[in-house]
Design a protein around this ligand. Sequence first.
Ligand code: NAI
Length: 341
Amino acid sequence: MKIAVYSSKPYEKPFLDTANADARHELVYLDTALTSATADLARGCPAVSIFVGDDASAPVLRALHAGGTRALALRSAGFNHVDIAEADRIGLTVLRVPAYSPHAVAEHAVGLMLTLNRKFHRAFNRVREQNFALGGLMGFDMHGKTAGVIGTGKIGEVVCRILTGFGCRVLASDPVKNPVCVSMGVEYVALADLYAQSDIITLHCPLSPETKHLINTAALAAMKPDVMLINTSRGAIIDTRALIAALKRGRVGCVGLDVYEEEGDLFFKDLSAEVVQDDVFVRLLGFPSVLVTAHQGFFTNEACTAIAQTTITNVSDFERGSINDANRVSTRLIAPAASTL
Ligand code: NAI
């Protein structure tokens, strides 16, 4: 089947080519993102594959459908960028990669914690300049600290395992208790208690109407003033303006972000020769206590292998008419509010 692969980056092509070796689909790699202006590039392609920054709003889906596309294969678990109701209405099958490597994201979240705590990023630069002084680099023992994990699904569970391994007391908030987390000693508590007691808070819940701006002015005020806040989940779970205000008042210790509310205009692109127009983001980068990575939590060899394999399998299944419902996104099968990467 001919597949137009939008937003394809040089680093993911080898994974897709390997995954496609037996399936032998015709992969048409497009550097450009899917938008209403570029949808016509997929004309004649029964399948289109997109990533998280692509626009799959209703008009774009209709344009794809008019060009003959019948399957949309997301190279992601998240589908908040896809108008699922419209896809259902026009008969466009949407397939995703529901799980690839929870370890990739969990380990990245813990990497952010360790970097912020022990200031590896600052130490690296100092030592290269032959500055071997330690002032400003003091951290704290993770052992014995209280970590609050919001969302204990696949990724949150791995984070809990790593943090309990460090000897942290782990508190959790999730409408659904994960028995594996309970068995490792994680204590489910009310969000207010998690905010009040945690030295580190890490977000692993999906973005939904309920979790949008979950971390707002009130939530930040309820946390310890020197809290470490980590978000590898979805940018809009944090109200960035409220976070900036709290940082300015010294109401947050440090922040590690792999995601940002308005990341669509920034991430996955090299803008090093351009003037970034997002003043909120630039303000965020100005705090020495804020560490931002550009949505790379998923970016491991294992995760990219799994994403490519599932994407190709999804298209093959669609071609054969034997879709795996677990990978299908439809208003009939899954709550469209849920959103993961
Ligand atoms: P999952 O679906 O396995 O787990 C999500 C958990 O959040 C579930 O246990 C659910 O009950 C819980 N939850 C839902 N609403 C909640 C609320 N209001 N408060 C607390 N918990 C709530 O999802 P998974 O695979 O663990 O992914 C978690 C997040 O990680 C997703 O939001 C996704 O966007 C993000 N992610 C980020 C990546 C990156 O590269 N930075 C890559 C993959 C996922």
